[in-house]
Design a protein around this ligand. Structure first.
Ligand SMILES: *[C@@H]1O[C@H](CO)[C@@H](O)[C@H](O)[C@H]1NC(C)=O
Ligand SMILES: *[C@@H]1O[C@H](CO)[C@@H](O)[C@H](O)[C@H]1NC(C)=O
Ligand SMILES: *[C@@H]1O[C@H](CO)[C@@H](O)[C@H](O)[C@H]1NC(C)=O
Ligand SMILES: *[C@@H]1O[C@H](CO)[C@@H](O)[C@H](O)[C@H]1NC(C)=O
Ligand SMILES: *[C@@H]1O[C@H](CO)[C@@H](O)[C@H](O)[C@H]1NC(C)=O
Ligand SMILES: *[C@@H]1O[C@H](CO)[C@@H](O)[C@H](O)[C@H]1NC(C)=O
Length: 472
């Protein structure tokens, strides 16, 4: 071969390689686009959106674009603009998930939705954005779910309704309440109460215990080694159902300046609480309020207060919003993650600073907006807390710092049924069951009075959670 021939050969090969790279890029690009748009096409079809997909991809919505000219507004609504590409579970969210990448041989996968994959967070947002890698939308088989309910079951629709009406990205699930079909189900949900079905459980069938009662109530009375997943207000349940859940529009922006707004102005009074049940289950709470009163004025409303016994909750909340700087959002039990509407509704929906007792400080941190409350456990004693409240009362700037979270996100609908359906379709779900659910639910370190060690316990035990490797 001459030098020239070699040169020509090399040149030819070079061109060929370029061509192959070129083809490859086109293919990958097409594949990405197809992948990206499929779930979005479904979404927009469902919403009969006026805008076409191309509009969104190429021209992010502006004030002139047809989708937001609802009413002419004089100032640019930056909030609305920023929200235009929020995940679908936000009020104005439109960003729908695509299938996740298949699991690699080593290392964790991109989406970690199980307590076994990630146990220090509640995994809610990951679960809401989870679409299994092999999920084929309308072409996927239905997962059949039986709800064996003891109460409020009549509010759940049978069929696919719950999944469609909630706009679930993964909606190929079907609910039935007919106990006769128990044997053929992919999942059985025991709603609040367990009663042993008459068929023999197969290892593929997932049994789920849904618990809505607070932890300190009676034992669960569940057979050993039958429950695969739990759904409750505990962040370490497989499908966490909190009373409320804050989510940021942009996780790196957790505080914004509240321009020209002084939340302290016009508030003449300090601390209020409403106690309607005289036989209070939480002795801690009663004791604490009693002690606190020695150091700061606390107006106790309700049946068991001395301030105004006849006031209704609605009336109380109006008074609170108008007159008081602090609200004692004390729960009726001190249990891990036990944070109810007392905090989310009575506390955060009004312009009063909640002082909280119930879950541990880290439990509040996980689901509440940053700097939106004061936790009693951050103070050595009621006297120290009172001292701090007096300081906040005297310093409007400091007080207002507790309202900077407003406008940085919203309380999201955590869409239990959507997450349930997505997780049932997860082919990589860990096989697992609870040896004794009560150990997990009511075991040591779950509830306690504030002076005991429970709050300082390092994390929760997995409660006899068992990983099975018995794939048949
Ligand atoms: C729940 O399951 C038990 C046991 O199989 C059955 O007796 C009961 O009727 C079921 N309840 C409902 C509402 O399906
Ligand atoms: C369930 O399994 C047990 C033992 O394996 C067997 O004796 C029983 O007949 C089975 N029951 C049903 C309803 O299949
Ligand atoms: C008041 O609390 C007691 C003890 O926890 C409870 O048994 C009772 O049902 C409660 N009453 C009301 C009206 O909530
Ligand atoms: C208690 O509050 C209600 C509602 O605000 C009011 O109508 C009533 O007069 C109050 N009672 C007393 C004793 O202050
Ligand atoms: C569910 O629990 C049973 C034990 O009751 C176990 O054999 C089975 O593997 C578990 N299945 C899944 C999908 O986790
Ligand atoms: C939580 O995860 C960490 C790291 O993956 C692990 O070491 C720890 O045992 C887990 N804790 C529980 C309670 O599962």
């Amino acid at each position: 071969m001459t030098i020239n021939q070699i040169r020509q050969l090399l040149y030819g090969m070079f061109i060929l390689v370029l061509f192959i790279i070129f083809l490859y890029c086109i293919l990958i690009n097409n594949w990405l686009v197809m992948n990206k748009t499929y779930s979005e096409q479904l979404w927009y079809k469902k919403h009969e959106a006026v805008i076409s997909l191309d509009d969104i991809e190429q021209n992010p919505p502006t004030l002139e674009s047809p989708d937001i000219n609802v009413t002419p507004i004089p100032v640019i609504n930056w909030n609305k603009m920023a929200k235009s590409r929020l995940p679908w579970y936000f009020q104005d969210g439109t960003k729908v998930p695509n299938n996740i990448e298949p699991k690699h041989k080593t290392g964790p996968r991109t989406s970690r939705i199980w307590p076994e994959e990630q146990n220090n967070t509640d995994r809610i947002e990951e679960q809401l954005m989870f679409v299994p890698h092999n999920y084929q939308y309308e072409n996927s088989p239905m997962k059949k779910i039986l709800i064996n309910n003891s109460f409020n079951g009549c509010m759940i629709n049978e069929g696919q309704t719950e999944f469609i009406s909630n706009d679930c990205p993964v909606d190929r699930c079907f609910i039935t309440k007919n106990i006769l079909e128990a044997e053929n189900m992919d999942a059985i949900i025991f709603n609040g109460k367990y009663s042993k079905p008459s068929h023999n459980k197969t290892s593929k069938q997932v049994w789920i215990l849904l618990i809505t009662e607070p932890a300190y109530k009676s034992t669960l009375n569940v057979d050993q080694d039958v429950i695969n997943w739990t759904a409750a207000y505990r962040h370490d349940s497989d499908i966490y159902i909190p009373y409320g859940r804050w989510a940021y529009y942009n996780p790196s922006v957790t505080q914004i300046e509240q321009l020209d707004r002084n939340y302290a102005s016009a508030k003449k009074k300090k601390v209020a609480i409403i106690v309607s049940n005289c036989s209070d289950a939480n002795k801690d709470r009663v004791e604490y309020v009693g002690e606190l009163k020695n150091y700061i004025t606390v107006d106790v409303y309700g049946e068991c207060g001395e301030f105004n016994k006849t006031v209704t909750l609605d009336e109380f909340l109006k008074i609170l919003d108008r007159d008081y700087k602090f609200y004692l959002a004390f729960e009726n039990a001190n249990c891990v993650d036990y944070i109810t509407d007392t905090f989310f509704v009575n506390g955060l929906q009004y312009n009063t600073l909640p002082v909280v007792m119930g879950g541990r400080p880290e439990d509040y941190q996980r689901i509440a907006p940053e700097r939106s409350y004061v936790h009693v456990d951050d103070f050595e004693s009621p006297a120290r807390l009172a001292e701090y409240l007096h300081r906040l009362d005297a310093d409007d700037d400091l007080y207002n710092e507790y309202f900077r979270w407003k406008g940085t996100g919203e309380f999201i609908d955590t869409k239990f049924y959507c997450r349930l359906c997505a997780m049932l379709h997860d082919v990589d779900a860990p096989t697992k069951h609870y040896r004794n659910v009560d150990d997990w639910w009511r075991g040591p370190g779950v509830c306690g009075d504030r002076k005991t060690e429970w709050r300082r316990a390092e994390g929760l035990s997995a409660g006899g959670r068992v990983a099975n490797d018995d794939h048949e």
